[in-house]
Write a protein that binds this ligand. Structure first.
Ligand code: TPP
Ligand code: MG
Length: 646
């Protein structure tokens, strides 16, 4: 079967999928059909009967809008799903052929893409994970990570963080297939860009070559060259958007809407394709499916039982428990970032799956333990990544590490810079990846560095991201408990928000509590008599809450202090437990050094939330807490006021 016929079948299938749905993006599928066909015909390591083969090559569709091409390809290659029916259900609710590729819907969709740039940046992490795995388990063969990326992907900032890191780490088993069609939604790229992309990649230590993206031989040679070169490769595939559609090709109109029946007719005439929508003659389908045979020998000769190192040994949880018990016995003041550092010192040597890192804040984040080896081109087995000042790239990289399946990544930066990584963090949550975000300097408590560094809205806005657990421990004991919960959850990311400043211990063996941080919220201290007030707090404000209660107790009032280090876990508890913890009294006051919006969920309409909804100030932490009224005295006054009103 000649390659041209294979490509034409793929072009029509993509178009038909979009026509049927009355929605989708035909421009990229038509433009890149030649490139992906040659890739699978000659190079790609895959075996549809075992789509999770560990030694398979990975293809990341960074331009997720080209999903119809990916689905059509998987169908033609003989993956079990999508079926023809799945293709015909493209973009309908609950179909596995969603508008943009979604991780978990189909084997062969290696990650969720759609936000431009993310696929490319995540692929760097995936490729690094493969390099690391190969270094640790050389008996498992190496393989290549391919990315399909468009002009849009290469305009995104995150792509440049990633490209720079990939060049530095010399990730040679990475090939970016650039859909170099010089057009985006608004028009030709020259209206917004005039830089030299190739020169840029070269300057970042990449290999770069250019091919005619509609010439199979040229594509073959470009790919060959890319695979031979030891550097990461950019293959600029000169293409025409919508190639094959006689009147729409080369125009922005074909980027994001169905081509229509008339254009399909014209395309049939031009490409000599007499078949009805979704009709693929058997010999063409069989020729596509035969492509997998190229890998059969390699597949059967390879190890099938991947040596998964992702399990967390029981010793890790035992070490966490030991540290917790020690801290309960001998409570000492400590910044929770340092408590987290102590956790890491205890567990990293026991758990090779943990891959740490920081965006140039290793010491302030307490992310590196004494004997951790650095991940580099020379030491690809290393356990610690110096991400440089690339927060967004780090988050995407960690997604790649987690997707690969042998690592539990954690990475640090300051909480106020979580905004720089939010799009990738959102994808960790959407893809249900176990990625651990360590955000230190978690409030105005960081002090003198001032309002740019002091997070205000960040804490509450992280709680808004579905499937992200946000932990804000109060002391070393809670830090151990929060780390335990974060390690136990393998269906989504966790963020640990940690203080820069020293905080007093709130837990000790002398103070028994009802519940622990494992329930997300618990009663830290409660008077035996009838409860008149409840003070709720997280992190560094828990000790303020305890002081306020002490003041109230001296006046004869009886109440409780509730610590709520993880709202998401608390939400999951039995209603009876939650009622028990929050108590019956309507006098509920919360204190948290961040945006108060949202606390009414726990304080109720008649409660009060102490927080900050303005930017902070540069000054000493104590002075700031006093100035912004985040004090035990203020809480005490408020509770008295509420009790008097009752
Ligand atoms: C972060 C982000 N911004 C904007 C969009 C909306 N969008 C989807 S495709 C696209 C243009 C992409 O251009 P290109 O990558 O060249 O794809 P082509 O039009 O060539 O298929 C835009 C702006 C998006 N998906 N993600
Ligand atoms: Mg383009």
């Amino acid at each position: 079967m000649d390659t041209c016929t294979l490509v034409t079948a793929l072009r029509f299938l993509s178009v038909d999928v979009i026509e049927r749905a009355h929605s989708g993006h035909p421009g990229m599928p038509l433009g890149m059909a030649d490139v992906v066909t040659v890739l699978y015909r000659d190079f790609f390591r895959f075996f549809p009967k075992d789509p999770y083969w560990t030694e398979r090559d990975r293809l990341i569709f960074s331009g997720g809008h080209g999903s119809a091409l990916l689905y059509g390809l998987l169908y033609l290659l003989g993956y079990e799903r999508p079926t023809l029916h799945d293709l015909q259900s493209f973009r309908t609710i609950h179909a596995n052929t969603s508008g943009h590729p979604e991780y978990g819907t189909l084997a062969g969709v290696e990650m969720t893409t759609g936000p431009l740039g993310q696929g490319l940046a995540t692929a760097i992490g995936l490729c690094a994970a493969a390099a690391r795995h190969h270094a640790l388990c050389p008996e498992e063969g190496s393989h290549t990570t391919y990315v399909c990326a468009g002009d849009g992907d290469l305009m995104e900032g995150v792509a440049y963080e990633a490209i720079s890191l990939a060049g530095h780490l010399r990730l040679g088993a990475l090939v970016v297939l650039f859909d170099d069609n010089n057009i985006t939604i608004d028009g030709p790229t020259h209206i917004a860009s005039s830089g030299d992309i190739k020169a840029h990649f070269k300057a970042e230590n990449w290999h770069v070559c250019t091919v005619d993206g509609h010439d199979a031989d040229d594509i073959h040679h470009g790919l060959q060259e890319a695979l031979t070169d030891p550097r990461p490769s950019l293959v600029c595939c000169r293409t025409e958007i919508g190639h094959g559609a006689p009147t729409l090709a080369g125009t922005t109109r074909i980027h994001g809407s169905p081509i229509g029946a008339e254009e399909r007719c014209r395309m049939q005439a031009a490409l000599h394709w007499p078949y009805a929508p979704f009709e693929i003659p058997d010999d063409i389908r069989n020729a596509w499916r035969a492509l997998a045979q190229r890998n059969a020998d390699k597949y059967y000769a390879s190890r099938k039982t991947a040596s998964s190192s992702k399990q967390i040994p029981d010793t890790v949880f035992a070490a966490l428990e030991t540290l917790k018990q020690q801290s309960l016995e001998e409570p000492v003041p400590c910044a929770t970032r340092a408590s987290s550092g102590r956790v890491l010192q205890a567990i990293v040597p026991l758990c090779p799956a943990l891959v740490g890192g920081s965006a140039d804040l290793t010491a302030p984040n307490h992310t590196r333990t004494p004997n951790m080896s650095t991940f580099s081109a020379e030491t690809p087995w290393g356990q610690y990544v110096h991400y440089g000042v690339r927060e967004h790239g780090m988050a995407a990289f960690m997604n790649g590490l987690a997707l690969y399946g042998h690592a539990i990544p954690y990475g640090g930066t300051f909480l106020s810079f979580s905004d720089y990584m939010r799009p990738a963090l959102r994808l960790s949550a959407m893809m249900h990846l176990q990625v651990l975000y360590l955000f230190t300097h978690d409030s105005i408590g960081l002090g003198e560095d001032g309002p740019t560094h002091q997070p205000i809205e960040h804490l509450m806005s992280l709680r808004l991201i579905p499937n992200l657990y946000v932990f804000r421990p109060a002391d070393t004991v809670e830090t151990c408990e929060c780390w335990t919960s974060a390690l136990q959850r393998n269906d989504g990311p966790s963020a640990l928000l940690l203080t820069r400043q020293c905080v007093p211990p709130v837990r000790s063996s002398a103070r028994p509590c009802i519940g622990t941080a494992a329930q997300g919220g618990y009663i830290l201290e409660e008077d035996v008599d009838k409860r008149q007030f409840t003070i709720l707090a997280t992190g560094s404000e828990v000790s303020i809450a305890l002081k306020a209660k002490e003041l109230l107790n001296t006046q004869g009032f009886r109440g409780a202090v509730v610590s709520l280090p993880c709202w998401e876990l608390f939400d999951q508890q039995e209603i009876s437990y939650k009622r028990r913890v929050l108590g019956k009294t309507p006098v509920r006051v919360s204190i948290e050094a961040g945006s108060p919006l949202g606390w009414e969920k726990h304080t109720g309409a008649s409660g009060h939330a102490f927080g900050l909804d303005r930017f902070g100030l540069s000054g000493k932490a104590e002075d700031l807490f006093t100035f912004f009224g985040l004090t035990a005295e203020a809480v005490y006054q408020k509770v008295i006021e509420k009790l008097e009103k009752k």
